[in-house]
Design a protein around this ligand. Structure first.
Ligand SMILES: Cc1cc2nc3c(=O)[nH]c(=O)nc-3n(C[C@H](O)[C@H](O)[C@H](O)COP(=O)(O)OP(=O)(O)OC[C@H]3O[C@@H](n4cnc5c(N)ncnc54)[C@H](O)[C@@H]3O)c2cc1C
Length: 291
């Protein structure tokens, strides 16, 4: 029997007061994860007495991209991310990840904050945010703290969010100078695909040399992590020396080191290898090295 009370916060402060004063409260943003859990997993709601609708809180909305730092409010929907022209231009991999999520109906409701707090291994917002070295801003009546996305995610479906905290926004340094990026995903079905494997590549290039690179796994590993060995292989390489197949091979090997050999390895290994190869080729093509 599912028995919970629905509350609506009219302001940011009211939401924080409710989270402080009541136990077993869960926020309701787009509801595309939590309402599915409500209908499918009764035991999940044993620990939920209140659903707190946060949709009227303006402080949680919007995208601001400054010269040095950018931020995305937690209530920003995936559709708003895709439609933001400045973001499309400056952070195309973030828009591509958002565009790959679910269907139009899902993207119109579902938020980036919900995606991160739900923390499914296949959540598509993690790899672009880790590549950007983003931080989450968590607020409660006790104050505000910032955590790197990597510290925020503890394990699949577990984050460092405390019971009385709201995820306010995601902040990140804007990529500087000459940079190239790619977002890649293989899903289950075309229209509404939860990713099986996804990744983000973000590379900063100076005088045709890669000076900073982040290749970050999405659903390929239990939690999204940078592929350190691929990053090492690509770091400090001149673009003309980059072998995309070799980068793919290294990534596939590294994935197995992280996950161990599983029933899905014979499928995932070549698939990931190909995705990394494509991401590297995207970078080379964008930079004018299309072989
Ligand atoms: C058909 C379908 C297809 C989907 N496809 C994809 C896909 O391709 N890729 C993908 O990554 N996901 C997919 N999803 C999952 C889901 O849509 C996303 O994870 C979505 O971004 C969740 O956002 P939401 O606003 O709906 O979160 P909600 O369901 O409202 O909330 C999710 C969790 O986050 C918490 N929460 C939300 N906002 C805050 C906040 N500001 N502060 C504190 N806690 C908060 C809630 O309490 C809850 O625990 C799909 C879902 C469906 C139903």
């Amino acid at each position: 029997m599912i028995d919970y009370q629905l509350l609506r916060a009219r302001s940011f402060n009211e939401a924080l007061e409710i989270l402080e004063s009541k136990k077993n409260v869960r926020c309701l943003a787009g509801g595309t994860d939590i309402l599915v859990d409500l209908h499918h997993k009764d035991e999940f709601f044993d620990s939920v007495d209140y659903l707190l609708d946060i949709n009227s809180i303006d402080e949680l909305k919007g995208i601001k991209l400054g010269k040095k730092e950018g931020e995305i409010g937690s209530l920003t929907t995936h559709s708003e991310i895709i439609e933001n022209k400045e973001l499309q231009e400056k952070l195309p991999f973030v828009a591509a990840a958002a565009a790959s999520i679910g269907s139009t109906q899902i993207r119109n409701r579902a938020t980036i904050g919900g995606n991160l707090v739900n923390a499914a291994a296949c959540a598509d917002s993690f790899s672009p945010m880790i590549a950007l070295e983003a931080e989450v801003v968590l607020v409660s009546k006790r104050g505000e703290r910032r955590l790197s996305i990597r510290d925020f995610i503890k394990s699949p479906y577990k984050t460092a969010l405390a019971e009385d905290e709201l995820l306010k926004k995601i902040v990140f340094p804007m990529p500087q100078g000459e940079y190239y990026s790619s977002y890649q995903k293989i899903g289950r079905r075309k229209a509404v695909s939860i990713s099986r494997i996804s990744l983000t590549l973000l590379a900063e290039v100076k005088a045709e040399k890669i000076v900073n690179i982040q290749v970050v796994s999405g659903a390929a590993t239990p939690s999204p992590v940078p592929f350190e060995k691929v990053n090492e292989y690509l770091s400090a390489k001149n673009l003309a020396e980059v072998d995309s197949k070799e980068a793919g091979r290294i990534a596939a090997e590294e994935m197995v080191e992280i996950t161990g050999r599983r029933w899905s390895t014979p499928y995932k290994q070549p698939a990931l290898s190909k995705l990394v190869e494509r991401a590297v080729e995207d970078m080379l093509e964008e930079a004018g090295y299309n072989g």
